[in-house]
Design a protein around this ligand. Sequence first.
Ligand SMILES: Nc1ncnc2c1ncn2[C@@H]1O[C@H](COP(=O)(O)OP(=O)(O)OP(=O)(O)O)[C@@H](O)[C@H]1O
Ligand SMILES: [Mg+2]
Length: 242
Amino acid sequence: MLLLRDIRTFYGNIEAVKGLNLRVDKGEIVCLIGSNGAGKSTALMTISGVLKPKTGSIIFNGEDIHGRPPHKIVARGVSQVPEGRRIFPKLTVMENLELGAYSVNSEQFTVNRRQSTVNSQLSTVFELFPVLKERHKQPGGTLSGGEQQMLAIGRALMSEPKLLLLDEPSLGLAPIIVGKIFKTIRELNADGLTILLVEQNAKAALRLAHRAYVLESGKVVKEGKGGDLLHEKEKKKAYLGE
Ligand SMILES: Nc1ncnc2c1ncn2[C@@H]1O[C@H](COP(=O)(O)OP(=O)(O)OP(=O)(O)O)[C@@H](O)[C@H]1O
Ligand SMILES: [Mg+2]
């Protein structure tokens, strides 16, 4: 579904992603792990078109999408939940969700079709996160951290993505909420959504992922099945105390 070949992304002179090769197959949960500054967020923002790579190609469903504007990439079926949630705090929960559906507002949709798509996505999101329905009139900024993460995921789902990019959804959340978010990721995947997940919580992420890539200084240093990498990590911990 997604294939990155030799992606290099710079901030000015700083090369943050240094020749990234990565693949996500339809139906998979693929996890990208690595320490602070490894280039994980940069990689996701390059896929979603927020950052333009200097070299390389990004093939999504057979089409090279690199260099396209973000809204065109959303319309193709790639939706990103950014690090730090970035919801609109002054807008209501409902307004935040409606903004996520903006790619549905293209000319290819008639008014009726647009409304029915928005309504069906809304009911999916409310079913997944009932608390968002209860709070739909409340400003996004008044939600708890966990609820804001749910809102950020809900907003990304409003555009009916085929591939969801999730950047550290567990960051700063209490363990019980992290558990709920991971459960949701598993359910979304079981319903057919393909997921590329960035996580610092490597253990939990590797348990969830079919495959994973370990990123270090903008490069893949290891890849494999989630379970294998988890096993390796635990062995290392037992012997070296890492
Ligand atoms: N706007 C920016 N301008 C300049 N350098 C940046 C910018 N954003 C990120 N970088 C640098 O690019 C590198 C990769 O950053 P990135 O945010 O992709 O890492 P990350 O793996 O997501 O880290 P974290 O786990 O802390 O979120 C880092 O060295 C960082 O300092
Ligand atoms: Mg990051």
